[in-house]
Design a binder for this molecule. Structure first.
Ligand SMILES: [Zn+2]
Length: 171
């Protein structure tokens, strides 16, 4: 990316369904790489990430700023920026992995509702160009006292606990 990055400069509205705060940095810290997801795919040591699964077609990480415990991201290994640019194989495998992740999240966290989807293109609110599907478990009672008063979401699990819990189940 050059000095002008449409994913950062031109978007007027950053809030959208699948944006969790400013999720530009899925890893929780800035990294000077052309694509943070490609860097995570390649196992870049300087980037802290919680990978759950990877094969030749796709990989899965925990979102570092989860909306809820188990909020994960599924993406093609190939740097693809548009859903329509996915191969048939990628499309099918990603869609199937969404289903698998729903099964596991339902079993592990008891959630029976989900948001899942894609922000695609600079005006969608996407903060990372590399196409990724967000899978967000939803629960009946999400907002508690601390959420409302402190504007801080109280997490029952730490990211590391969730990572441990899901890592083997998604393999
Ligand atoms: Zn990439």
């Amino acid at each position: 990316m050059g000095s002008h990055d449409p994913f950062k400069d031109d978007a007027l509205f950053h809030e959208n369904l699948f944006a969790r705060g400013k999720s530009a940095y899925v890893t929780g810290k800035k990294a000077d790489v052309p694509c943070i997801l490609c860097a995570i795919r390649d196992g870049a040591k300087e980037i802290e990430s919680r990978k759950l699964y990877q094969d030749a077609i796709l990989f899965v990480i925990l979102n570092a700023y989860p909306f809820n415990p188990g909020h994960l991201m599924i993406m093609p290994c190939r740097h693809v920026e548009r859903w329509r640019d996915l191969t048939q194989d990628e499309t099918v495998k990603i869609a199937e992995f969404i289903k698998k992740s729903q099964d596991v999240l339902e079993r592990e966290f008891g959630c029976t509702s989900f948001n899942f989807g894609v922000n695609e293109g600079p005006f969608s609110g996407a903060s990372i160009a590399h196409l990724h599907v967000q899978v967000i478990p939803r629960f009946k009672s999400e907002l508690g006292f601390i959420d409302v008063v402190g504007k801080t979401r109280a997490m029952i699990y730490t990211l590391d606990q969730v990572h441990e819990k899901l890592k083997e189940k998604l393999a």
